[in-house]
Design a protein around this ligand. Structure first.
Ligand code: NDP
Length: 242
């Protein structure tokens, strides 16, 4: 299988790249700026004996994504699985939120998913087979104070993916959402410690999730074991109440 992963250089995306390579898949991942981390990851993932490519590509830029997708299919072959993990936060109460923070988050998180999924759905529909997994967030399902922009983008991903599942199901393409809670990555590292500790009190398992635990779920969803699952949202949050 050939898998495409956006935002693979760090955090959850990085774990997904490693897990899919370990599963025996060829993986093409993209990153925005962290070239050193991407290069190290490509080498580490390739140790599983599959082909792994790293490409600098801004998912907010449609031309960039089209070039990355075309290059991947030229170099590795038709993409069977697409996972969108690229995402950013610009947290602030709405009344203090500059338009730029709104726009940047929507362009990266939601437009980025549109660009990747459009390319993937087009290619997969032609071959009548494929699986898409989009990373949303519990903030998109339940809302979160200080994250109106982020929550809007992540809620948008859910409506988008459910629609895609209905459109592409008859063509043999599945699309699902994974909505994580608090996962131990740089993104959560940016949260003030006091806010993090307060939120952890609402997590039944009392700890942050590990990126590998999200990658396990993604690995299952892109596999044939999930052949009858599409249009679904999977929350993974250690029993959190939000
Ligand atoms: P990180 O901040 O750790 O990593 C983000 C990744 O996305 C990096 O690889 C980064 O590349 C890449 N990226 C960011 N912007 C772009 C862009 N414009 N184009 C291409 N790549 C980009 O995030 P996480 O791993 O924590 O999050 C992964 C996904 O999971 C996100 O969609 C996030 O919203 C979601 N999520 C995370 C949660 C958490 O608790 N961590 C909870 C719920 C959802 P580079 O290294 O070059 O900057």
């Amino acid at each position: 299988m050939i898998a495409l992963v956006s935002g693979g250089s760090r955090g959850i995306g990085r774990s997904i790249v490693l897990r899919l390579a370990r599963d025996g898949h060829d993986v093409a991942f993209c990153y925005r700026s962290n070239a050193d981390a991407a290069e190290r990851l490509a080498k580490e993932a390739a140790e599983h004996g599959t082909r792994v490519t790293a490409t600098r590509c801004d998912v907010a830029d449609g031309d960039d994504v089209r070039d990355w997708f075309a290059r991947t299919e030229r170099e590795l072959g038709p993409v069977d699985a697409a996972v969108t993990s690229a995402g950013i936060t610009r947290d602030r109460p709405l009344v203090l939120m500059p338009e730029d923070d709104w726009t940047q988050v929507l362009r990266t998180n939601l437009d980025g998913v549109y660009h990747v999924c459009r390319a993937a759905a087009f290619s997969m529909s032609k071959r009548k087979s494929g699986a898409i997994v989009n990373l949303s967030s519990v903030a998109g399902v339940h809302g979160n104070a200080g994250q109106a922009n982020y929550a809007a983008s992540k809620a948008g991903i859910i409506g988008f993916t459910k629609s895609l599942a209905k459109e592409c199901g008859p063509r043999g393409v599945r699309a699902n959402v994974v909505a994580p809670g608090l996962i131990e990555t740089d993104m959560v590292g940016e949260m003030p410690e006091a806010v993090l500790q307060k939120q952890l009190k609402n997590v039944a398992l009392g700890r942050l999730g590990r990126p590998e635990e999200v990658a396990d779920l993604v690995s299952f969803l892109v596999s044939e074991r999930a052949a009858y699952i599409t249009g679904s949202v999977f929350e993974i949050h250690g029993g959190g109440t939000f």
